[in-house]
Design a protein around this ligand. Structure first.
Ligand code: SF4
Ligand code: SF4
Length: 176
């Protein structure tokens, strides 16, 4: 048969030795390798009793940030949604009223802000794209759940607690 390439190489198989013909020998070799693994450090982490140490660049659950006066930073510019490769972010913008200046930093704010955690790949591009330091990825992971709808995180799930009005919640969120 004509070969399609000049690099084809016929492999010569050496005949099996007597020990190889006794398959028991290979089984014993395999079991010996398994036995050696007993003395190696276990890679399994027994969560939740043991917690994994995260890398400094770990990207977990998103947090919507507030400024030093407790006002929401997000101005609903949509840059995070445009940057998101998984199309996981949805938002609706609204105009701030004069009476809401203590709630929102800019004239526009996100009346609705949702992230679908089942779509998110935790790439951090939303954080990179944000010009207002409004969104960042924390060191917490998304908790497990049985219902898909519970993985759509809305603004109340994402917004960091207010440092004065919700001091206790903020301490709990920071693990203090
Ligand atoms: S981390 Fe990446 S995938 Fe997740 S919402 Fe942000 S940009 Fe989208
Ligand atoms: S989180 Fe940042 S990028 Fe996204 S809409 Fe708000 S201000 Fe814009």
């Amino acid at each position: 048969m004509q070969s399609l390439t000049s690099r084809a190489k016929a492999v010569e198989r050496s005949p099996m030795t007597f020990l190889e013909q006794l398959y028991l020998w290979n089984i014993l070799k395999g079991m010996f390798i398994t036995f050696l693994h007993i003395f190696k450090k276990q890679p399994t982490i027994r969560y939740p009793e043991q917690k994994r140490e995260f890398s400094r660049v770990f990207r977990g659950l998103h947090v919507l940030n507030r400024d030093s006066e407790g006002r929401e930073n997000c101005t609903a510019c949509g840059l995070c949604a445009v940057a998101c490769p998984a199309e996981a972010i949805t938002m609706e913008a609204a105009e701030r009223l004069d009476s809401e200046k203590h709630l929102y930093r800019e004239e526009k704010y996100a009346a609705k802000y949702e992230i679908n955690m089942l779509r998110c790949i935790f790439c951090g591009l939303c954080e990179e794209a944000c010009p207002k330091d409004a969104i960042y990825l924390s060191e917490t992971f998304t908790p497990a759940d049985f219902a898909r709808k519970n993985f759509i995180y809305n603004k109340s799930d994402l917004l960091i607690p207010h440092r004065i009005n919700q001091a206790e919640e903020l301490s709990a969120a920071k693990g203090l």
